[in-house]
Each structure stands twice: as C-alpha cells, then as structure tokens.
Design a binder for this molecule. Sequence first.
Ligand SMILES: [Zn+2]
Length: 446
Amino acid sequence: MFDAVVRGGTLVTHGLPRADVAIEDGKIVAIGPDLAGAEEEIDARGLHVFPGLIDVHLHFNEPGRTDWEGAATGSRALAAGGGTLFFDMPLNSTPCTVNADAFDRKHAALAEASVTDFALWGGLIPGNVSEMAELADRGVVGFKAFLCDSGLPEFPRADDLTLFEGLREAARLGLPVAVHAESQEITQGLGRRTVPGERSSVRAFLASRPVLAELEAIQRATFLAGEAGAKLHIVHVSSGRGVALAAEARAQGVDVSIETCPHYLFFTEDDVERLGAIAKCAPPLRNGGEQDSLWSQLLKGGVDIVASDHSPAPPDMKSGDFAQAWGGIAGVQSTLSVMLDRGHHHRQLSLERISSLIAAEPARRFRIPTKGSVALGMDADFALVDVSRSTQLEPGQLKQRYALSPYLGCTFRGCIERTIRRGKTIFMSGDIIARGGGNFVRPARG
Ligand SMILES: [Zn+2]
C-alpha cells in the first residue's frame, strides 16, 4: 500500500499523459494508469500535475529583517503559488550571507520557519572572495553579486576586479555566480542628473535606469565570466535585447543562464505610473515594445528560468516619495499564475515549457537532481493546477507578511488548487495546512 496516490491528473511532462502518481517516503515510486490503493487518495482528475515550482531568486529577509517578510510568511506565499523550494538571496537579511557564520544563522532560522524546502545563495562582495570556499562547503547554490548599488550599504557592489576574482574562485568551486546586471556608472550618473523638482517623478526614475545600463553590464559580466571560465547566471533580465546579448555570449561558449521575472512579462512602465512605488523595482519595468521583445525572446527559447525576485518591504517603505521608496516587487505567489495566464492562454506557451522555466531548468542549472520533474525516484513535489479556472487575486488570499502586491485585483486564468511538498499537502483550497517542515537542499557536487 502506497503512502499516497495522486490520481487521474494530466502530467505536465512530454506528451501530457493522464496517469496516477504513487508516493512513498516523500518520493515518486510509481507512475501509471490505475495504480493500487493508498492510505491517502488525492483526486487530481481535471487537474494538471506540475512539478513543484522552484523559485531561484527571492528575498525573505530572515534573519534580521523579519518585519519586512520572514521565511514563515514568505514560504507560505510561495506554497500558495505552487512552490515547493526557494533559493534565498544573501540579502536583505541581517547579516547578509557573505560568510559561514552568517550562513549558519540563516540556515537555522529558515529550517525552523519554512514550510517549503529551501536553498541558500552566498554573497560576493569586495573583500569576501576568501570566504567563498567555506560557503561552498556549507552548501550554497552559488554566489550573488551586484554590479550597481544594492540598496544596502552592508552589501556593496562588486567592482570589476572583485567580480573577476569571484568568478575565478566560483569556477574552482564548481558553482555559478549570479549578477544583478545594471551599470553603476550609467545609473548613478543619470540619477544625479535628475533636477530636484523631478526627483520624485516616476519617469525620472525610469529614465535613470535605461536598457542601455543593463546591456552594458551584461556585456561586461559575460566577458569576465568567459575569461574566468565560470558559470554565470544573469538575474532578472528586463529586456529582449538583454536576453539576445547574453545568448550571443552563450553562442561564443560562455556558460551563461538567463532569468527573467513575471513582472517584466506582465506590467509595463505605464503600470508604474498607475500603481506607484508598489511597482518600483530595478531594473525597472519597461515599455510595451520592450516587453513584447522580451516575450518574443522567451517564446523562442532564449530565457532559461522565470523567478519572482520577491523583494518585499513594510508599507511605509512602499509609499510616500517615489524616489525614496524601496525598490522591489512582492510577487512570490503569482509566478505560475502569470505564466499560465499571459504565457499559456495569451501566447500559446506550452505547459511543458512553463514547467521547464519554473522547475526543470532551475533544478538542472543549480544541480538539484532530486527535484524539478514528475518522474520516478524524484521528490514528490507537485503543484496541482486547474489550467482553465479564472480567479482574481484578493488581499485575503495573499499569504505573505503584507498584502502589498502589484498583482492585487488582477484576474488570472489558471489556478493553483493544491501544493504537495515531498508527499505532504501544504496548500489546499486557499489555505496553508502545514507548519514548518521545510528541508535544506544543497547542490550536488559536479
Ligand atoms: Zn533580487
């Protein structure tokens, strides 16, 4: 007798077969029609069985800034969006994850609080290249660097030499470096030029962070990664030209992966004017033409991974003067909904491709061999989805700490009905039904 069987769902794997999936000890042990009975019968008829979403980029800010979010609330929101594993960025926790001691503190806090499984990014900042080996021993998935100001003085940007030496060390350790690719010189120079009267205008902010700043930084980072022989992951690429530029580097042999975020695929700069600071992020939202070109790059295979870059802040930091407001979009719960609605229903993006962008490729790129697909021997992590049902996102549905999301009020076709983490249902019928239980996940050596 199996522990559980997910019965009669359509598996989002090649060919979309209808099948039962049997679970024992949190693993998938059988897939096929009419499997034998189980202690727990999970009815998935009429639903699609996606692998659990893996969010490779978010900020739960624990320890130290749990008044901004925290792993308990953040992971519940992730689970409500079909997520079963996240990679927490080295900031905006206190301390930032830039050495082994900071890693241990975050690991302990997340192991206590998270309802989903979790992995940790280490940070790459000036002066900490010598700490990277110990962070790798602890099990980080890679190292994150900023090419422009991060917004936190305790996480300074990587100058070119720091980036290059960090890339070389990461290559030696067999781990990728993730970069926030915007040029410091261009963004800072343009930012200084805004005249005082315009300072709080949305357009002045957008104009200070043009696509050019992203392209210049991608060019430099891919060049340095190629010279260092390192794996590079470019986070939150906001423009089609950014994707194309990184793809050119890949064609020349640089080992680079490309991430974008749902908000670049869903909102435009007009929405920043309409919504205000809640839609402020960096790189900023782009105009409709840039968004179309990002979609077209994604549809032709140029984007590897879609991640939320959930970066929440308390309400008082997301209101008032736009120039002073925290930059970050709190959308962890909406990634799969956006991809189903805007990708599948509006642009015929296949469900298999969505599954690749949110699960298979994150697991492959960051070497988590037990996750990312619905297959024998894998962890039984699933999102059960009604692909046709439409829902409107209401504040009461948001599980994150503050009901602040630019997606509030938006209607999505494609609804996450249930989330299962290692065989245990953690989200169902709109409610989180587990406390804690998340495991730390480390990359395989390779
Ligand atoms: Zn981020």
